[in-house]
Design a protein around this ligand. Structure first.
Ligand code: ATP
Ligand code: ATP
Ligand code: MG
Ligand code: MG
Lengths: 158, 169, 158, 169
């Protein structure tokens, strides 16, 4: 049990560090509270943004938590391949720069796997291969799709 | 999708091509309901995870709520079942089934009865779950990230963070 | 106790309906689960958006919950005057139209009371009387202020 | 603010005029810390509400974290106290004090000792709380809405919704 856990943890830790560096101008890492008795301690998520000192995830701001959380989730996904990935509004607390970095990162990852993101922001729409517009007509959802390169994007009431 | 949440009682289809797909639209238009439909098709049974109305699984069946005398249209009868079909390209045989295209269908009747089909043949939730699990597609899987989950992961205590990594293995 | 509660509830219910109508193209109201034994039941928040049927708040979408929640909070604030109001990122789950309606509503309310909102979106900045830009220099926050009418607004890394 | 969270060890001031003020800036720049500073000044004691580091009230004192040998600057000593001053225009006498300007100061020492001042005169948290409460300014008040509160209010059960309205009266 411990060996299996440690093997997965090592892979997740490595991926997490790599992804976080791609998403931000800082670095982040995972620490085991108890290296010997792994299951009697937890895991600390440490993150350093820009020139600021490093803080454990519980002391980060709302947006810093969102970026760290997304990086950890994507790192955990790497343990096993999945047929597709779907993210629902992971950008809602991110500022313009973090949103753009995340959109760019997912666009690159979508070369190797199918990635679907639900979003309200143009920064993701602009980078998509295909965009679905959903709107409600009398309580029933309707779906239209278009390739964003041409269309002027704006979110309208259905 | 037919009769699933806000998709209405007529069948509708959403085709996603490989690469980077974005779903956008006004608040309440039905974007997250697409994610719920996928979870439903692969066997998710929790009303909370599916955000089913009234906290019961049957709450995912399309409800036009016309009973209070609003302007009823003819299509407004509440269907007594809902059905979601998910088609996955399987050329790389990631799903251990010998077809280029894998079609999964789940139908839920108002009585609470569930019926699952894999490539047109009736199957059970458990049998389907075993096959999909090998391909990394299960209701509790990390590849579908619901609204609000990213910040919640960072707010977990160190103990809880260790547990979610234990669950991954 | 009941009379005091009912008087406040009546005021909150009226304000809530009014505010919700200003923020959206629908209507919403509060219902007592038990009109007789008020304290043995709860309060239902019903909301109807556009042409859709009305739903109780627990069945609404993420953005619909955010709009309903903000309307209820502002309605509850009306029971007693406050020297100022401060809202921290109440627009993060709202689409472009709901954000613009909310920004406009708060701008109008700010004529009678001081309103401060923390936001990442331009739609609020454009309507502000004064904007504070906060950025971090080596872990220490610095504050600059400007009147947005002239400035081209964008969020930059500190 | 002096020595409060990310405001650093030198005193800084943020002047807000009447009307509609917007605070913006990158993630983690210190926007929500301004809201925490106001809550702190009016008597909030919960480390959780103030999002104090390490879950202790003294976690709100500026911590440059230089102890691990990073490039230390001279100003990098961790102060042993923090102080926040809040000035409110009181021409309408909403606050029951006979001054056009009301100045509230709270200082917290690393030892855990708190000192409160009202217009320069020392006072207690309780006495200050009673005066501010009459003006609709209290730590649990509805006029300061933290990040994420709006969606949480809609997610409350009917019972919880009744209770928050009971608390308002
Ligand atoms: N005691 C402290 N000393 C120094 N810095 C601190 C202290 N407590 C918190 N911080 C810093 O303050 C930052 C959080 O600031 P805050 O929550 O105000 O950000 P924000 O501008 O609201 O960001 P967001 O847009 O993501 O919500 C953290 O990154 C943390 O590094
Ligand atoms: N069983 C049902 N029958 C009909 N409509 C339903 C049913 N269940 C939910 N809905 C509707 O679906 C809507 C929610 O859709 P969804 O959560 O997908 O919105 P969304 O596009 O994700 O919005 P947001 O941007 O706010 O997150 C609700 O407003 C509700 O009216
Ligand atoms: Mg949604
Ligand atoms: Mg914040």
């Amino acid at each position: 049990k411990k060996t299996v856990f440690m093997a997965a943890f090592a892979k997740i830790r490595e991926e997490f560090g790599f992804i976080f560096k791609r998403l931000t101008d800082g670095e982040a890492w995972l620490e085991l509270e108890d290296e010997e008795e792994v299951f009697s301690g937890g895991i600390l998520l440490m993150a350093r943004f820009g020139l600021k000192p490093a803080w454990e995830s519980l002391s980060l701001s709302g947006g810093e938590k969102a970026v760290s959380g997304v990086a950890l989730i994507i790192a955990m996904q790497s343990v096993q391949p999945h047929p597709f990935y779907l993210f629902d509004e992971i950008d809602s607390h991110l500022d313009a720069i973090n949103s753009a970095n995340l959109a760019q990162f997912l666009k690159e990852r979508s070369r190797a796997a199918q990635i679907v993101t639900i979003t309200l922001r143009d920064v993701f729409i602009a980078r998509s291969d295909m965009t679905y517009g959903v709107y409600s007509a009398g309580g029933i959802s309707r779906y239209v799709h278009y390739k964003p390169a041409a269309a002027e994007v704006s979110v309208k009431r259905g | 999708m037919r009769g699933f949440k806000s998709s209405g009682s007529r069948p509708v289809a959403v085709n996603m091509e490989p690469g980077f797909t974005v779903i956008t639209g006004p608040n309440g238009s039905g974007k997250s309901n697409i994610a719920d439909a996928i979870l439903f098709a692969i066997g998710e049974n929790s009303p909370k995870q599916l955000r089913a109305a009234n906290g019961k699984l049957s709450g995912v069946i399309y409800d036009p709520k016309k009973e209070d005398g609003e302007t009823g249209t003819t299509a407004a009868e509440r269907p007594n079942s809902c059905r979601v079909t998910l088609q996955l390209v399987n050329i790389d045989r990631a799903i251990p089934v010998d077809n280029d295209l894998v079609t999964i269908t789940r139908e839920l009747k108002e009585t609470g009865e569930n019926v699952y089909f894999l490539n047109g043949k009736k199957t059970t939730r458990t049998a389907l779950g075993e096959i999909l699990d090998l391909a990394g597609l299960s209701p509790g899987g990390l590849n579908i990230v619901p609204q609000g989950a990213a910040t919640k992961v960072a707010d977990l205590t160190p103990e809880e963070k260790r547990r979610i990594i234990e669950d991954v293995v």
